[in-house]
Design a binder for this molecule. Structure first.
Ligand SMILES: Nc1ncnc2c1ncn2[C@@H]1O[C@H](COP(=O)(O)OP(=O)(O)O)[C@@H](O)[C@H]1O
Ligand SMILES: [Mg+2]
Length: 269
């Protein structure tokens, strides 16, 4: 289950990436890193953040808790920055956020950070599975927190969701981008990671995860204005089934991307 909280205060913008996430406070007195539905990447970035993040969690990787965040009409109205006010206005309603990890630092091998082969191999498998290119030395999206590694920023994963006509063929991609993965040097156990992943992921798991995604993010533009909500529900149901189908195909294609990643790892050592 994903909890829903209400945003109470805009604390600060995080300007590293392009999507302008923000640290916000919520009515459960928690702090969260909010991903705005109204950001340029659109609601599908939130779908990727949610679906890929929960897949990572089911694999056994640490992902900060994901919550839905309700933004009310008055929230952030006094923000001085016009760009931020506009972003908030476009995002009134439901958004997605990650539990904020205070005091965390970005994983940095140049600063001596290392990890164990089990986690690294599962991480490389995970990012190949969800086609996530955002885990490189320049852009690690991996937080050290309480001496454990946390995986964040999956908004660009599942890129095939932007191109359904070609999604099926892309589901079988070997994902050569794994050679840029920041944890590849430690990923010496890819065969074991593959076996673990195949035990932990299946159609029931993917269905459960897709059921978490709000209809409106999957079918933002109902084609018929009459019976609008009914049409949206129908579209969302078939979209969910399409995601599950692609994820199953990807799982069945894992030998391809595992072989590719193992070859890239062997070239490093
Ligand atoms: N849960 C979190 N806890 C602490 N800091 C975070 C968290 N999520 C993101 N950050 C910080 O915010 C930055 C931007 O967030 P990220 O999800 O990577 O978005 P993007 O790169 O798309 O802007 C990260 O690089 C990290 O420094
Ligand atoms: Mg990032």
């Amino acid at each position: 289950m994903i909890r829903t909280v209400r945003a109470t205060q805009y604390i600060t913008a995080l300007r590293e990436g392009g999507s302008l996430p923000a640290i916000v406070a919520a009515d459960d007195l928690g702090l969260y890193v909010l991903k705005f539905r109204g950001a340029g990447q659109g609601p599908l970035a939130l779908v990727a953040e949610l679906v890929a993040g929960e897949i990572g969690r089911r694999l056994g990787l640490k992902v900060p808790e994901l919550v839905f965040v309700e933004i009310g009409a008055a929230f952030g109205r006094n923000e001085p920055d016009q760009e931020i006010r506009d972003l908030i206005r476009r995002s009134v309603g439901l958004n997605l956020a990650l539990d904020y990890l205070p005091g965390s630092t970005m994983f940095d091998p140049a600063a001596g950070d290392t990890t164990d082969p089990g986690i690294a191999s599962l991480a490389v498998w995970f990012d190949a599975f969800v086609s996530n290119v955002d885990r490189t030395p320049r852009n690690a999206n991996l937080l050290n927190w309480h001496r454990q590694l946390y995986f964040i920023d999956h908004g660009a994963a599942l890129y095939w969701q932007h191109d359904w006509p070609n999604a099926t063929s892309k589901a079988e991609s070997p994902f050569p981008e794994a050679r840029h993965h920041i944890l590849l040097p430690w990923a010496s156990d890819l065969a074991a990671a593959d076996a673990t992943a195949r035990q932990r992921l299946n159609q029931a798991v993917f269905t459960e995860i897709l059921d978490l995604v709000p209809d409106a993010w999957l079918a933002p533009h109902p084609s018929l204005e009459a019976s609008e909500s009914e049409d949206r529900t129908g579209q969302a149901v078939s979209r969910r089934a399409a995601y599950v189908d692609i994820l199953i195909r990807r799982l069945n294609a894992s030998p391809r991307f595992v072989q590719e990643a193992a070859r890239a790892h062997a070239e490093l050592v």
